[in-house]
Write a protein that binds this ligand. Structure first.
Ligand code: UDP
Ligand code: MG
Length: 309
């Protein structure tokens, strides 16, 4: 027998917890046929609704259900990390509770692992049902990441991924505080098979992400997996120095030939505004990296557990 750990982060998902369970256990026959035991780990990420009660209800009928409850909302990244730490399976899969990661794909994923892959990942080929502005910026983000980061990140990739124990251990060895799992998956390497599927809309409840949260998350991703912005900032500095030098020569030569007509105040103001803007921008980039370093150096725990069953 081999063991499969299913990790499900939940934040205010009282309606979805039970639905997800019902969908997942439709695979029980397949698991039994293939000698697979399952453990289901719900991570309650500081929900303020009845999520915990719903999980406890499931636990009463099925002892394969486990619960880890955080003391507050630490974010999905922390929840996934806690799940990976708790998992004991030979194979581990991370899934959203809202059924956007269809449990019906599990048999196909497990077969692919048996073919010798270390990990089977999923990506959405459509973004149907998502606000167009969000899809637009998501595309830009992935295109940018491809250019500025050495770590491979796939457009439309979900966190829905089945992994072998070896890969999970590799991920757990990355103890960083600023976690950007989409990058971490790529960074650890291993053979990955990609399954593609059409976007599925959320079964119940609503998305926990808004535009600003996603923007913040994408900046975290860039800072965590690329140092290119720092290089761009230095290059911008060099570029402006060269321009300033050329201007200096120009002004000196003009003074020697034509004397000094006092004009050019508007252009001076424009140049000053422009250069100070670039300076603030570059200091901001530096600040982002410094802030991340600061949080990293403090070595705070990634999450705090309140209850564990
Ligand atoms: N989630 C979480 N903590 C959070 C936000 C979300 O554990 O702070 C969980 C959520 O319950 C769900 C999954 O992460 O199971 C994906 O969230 P959501 O469906 O809101 O994201 P989307 O699918 O819209 O990207
Ligand atoms: Mg969702």
């Amino acid at each position: 027998m081999s063991l499969l750990s299913v990790i499900v982060p939940c934040y205010n998902e009282e309606e979805s917890v039970g639905l997800f369970y019902t969908e997942l256990i439709k695979n029980d026959a397949f698991f039994a046929e293939n000698g697979i035991d399952m453990e289901l780990i719900y991570i309650n990420d500081g929900s303020k609704d009845r999520t915990v009660a719903e999980v406890k209800k499931l636990r009463e009928k099925d002892e394969r259900v486990h619960l880890v409850s955080f003391s507050r909302n630490f974010g999905k990244e922390a929840a996934m990390f806690a799940g990976l730490e708790r998992s004991e399976g030979d194979y581990v899969v991370i899934m959203d509770v809202d059924l956007q990661d269809p449990p019906s794909l599990l048999p196909e994923m497990l077969s692919a692992i048996n073919e010798g892959y270390d990990s089977v990942a999923t990506r959405r080929v459509t973004r149907k049902g998502e606000p167009p502005v969000r899809s637009f910026f998501a595309r830009i983000f992935y295109r940018l990441m491809k250019k500025i980061s050495q770590t491979e990140m796939m457009d439309g990739a979900r966190d829905y991924r089945l992994m072998t124990r070896q890969m999970v251990n590799a991920i757990l060895s990355m103890k960083e505080y600023n976690r950007f799992t989409k990058g971490i998956f790529g960074w650890v390497g291993f053979n990955t098979k990609w399954l593609e599927y059409e976007n599925v809309e959320r079964a119940r409840g609503e998305t926990k992400w808004n535009f600003w949260k996603l923007l913040k998350y994408s900046i975290e991703g860039i800072v965590a997996f690329s140092t290119m912005p720092l290089q761009i900032a230095s290059l911008a500095g060099v570029f402006f120095c060269i321009i300033a030098f050329i201007m200096m020569i120009f002004i000196i030569v003009r003074k020697m030939i034509f004397g000094d007509p006092v004009s050019g105040w508007p252009s001076l103001v424009c140049i000053m505004l422009m250069t100070s803007g670039v300076q603030f921008f570059c200091t901001g980039i530096l600040g982002q990296y410094l802030a991340c370093t600061y949080l990293e150096v403090k070595k705070r725990p990634i999450y705090i557990v309140k209850e564990e069953l």
